[in-house]
Design a protein. Structure first.
Length: 244
């Protein structure tokens, strides 16, 4: 990051405020901390606040440079009261032209809010997988033709909303989409560490007796050999939302 990018014309540091909207509570990791640890290297001028919207705790103001919607183990197509309330909040953010980054469940709820389709996938996608970029001509520089991220999800965006384009797809689903201006989404988890993925796999094993030791061993092998592009994705996000 160049020093000039952190300075206004008058020479003062330009601060950037990020609001993390937590849509789940993990037993083994703090959702907000994962995102802060991932995004903080953008610079000391970026500050963070978080709100647990799954418990219907919302920010008192829309005065943020970026709203981040986290992942969740709930279904984005369900009609739980907190989800319906959150949908209205996302519509409010868009009406006020606020910038939104949607990750995993956040990617899916963006699809639902803006008229796309979210469904249960034929198979789950868990591991560290590469996917090709399909739309490199948007206003942020991709600097590559593919990305790899940790993925763990059972639902997918199978139809993107009108006014959006797919940034990346693989044989499983739409992996990233944008409206080219204020919204950018990813199905994968740039904020996750290998430890988080291993803990979620342990949880999945406990909750699904049909999940065999052989299946878990194969997934762990794939995870541990993967190389997620979390730093590269952070650069893309920082440039798209002008945080740098």
């Amino acid at each position: 990051m160049s020093e000039g990018k952190m300075m206004s014309e008058g020479g003062a540091v330009v601060s950037k405020k990020v609001c993390i909207l937590c849509t789940d509570v993990l037993e083994t990791a703090d959702m907000a901390t994962l995102f802060i640890d991932w995004l903080q290297p953008l610079g000391p001028h970026v500050t963070f606040e978080s709100f647990c919207v799954i418990k219907e705790v919302y920010p008192p103001t829309l005065d943020y440079d970026l709203f981040v919607i986290t992942g969740s183990r709930t279904n984005a197509y369900d009609s739980d009261p907190w989800i319906l309330k959150f949908i209205e909040f996302v519509k409010k953010l868009h009406a006020h032209e606020r910038q939104i980054l949607g990750i995993c469940w956040g990617h899916q709820i963006i699809g639902r809010v803006f008229g796309g389709s979210v469904v249960r996938a034929p198979t789950t996608e868990t591991g560290c997988f590469p996917f090709p970029l399909t739309h490199p001509s948007l206003r942020f520089p991709m600097k590559t033709d593919h990305l790899s991220l940790y993925l763990t999800h059972s639902d997918i965006v199978n139809v993107i909303p009108d006014g959006f384009v797919a940034n990346a797809c693989n044989q499983h689903c739409v992996q990233s989409m944008t409206n080219g201006r204020t919204i950018f989404t990813l199905q994968g988890h740039p904020e996750f560490t290998l430890k988080v993925m291993e803990d979620l796999l342990d949880e999945h094993e406990q909750n699904h007796p049909e999940y065999t030791p052989e299946e878990k061993a194969e997934t762990l092998k794939q995870l541990r050999s993967g190389k997620p592009d979390a730093e590269r994705v952070r650069e893309i996000v920082g440039e798209f939302f002008q945080l740098v």
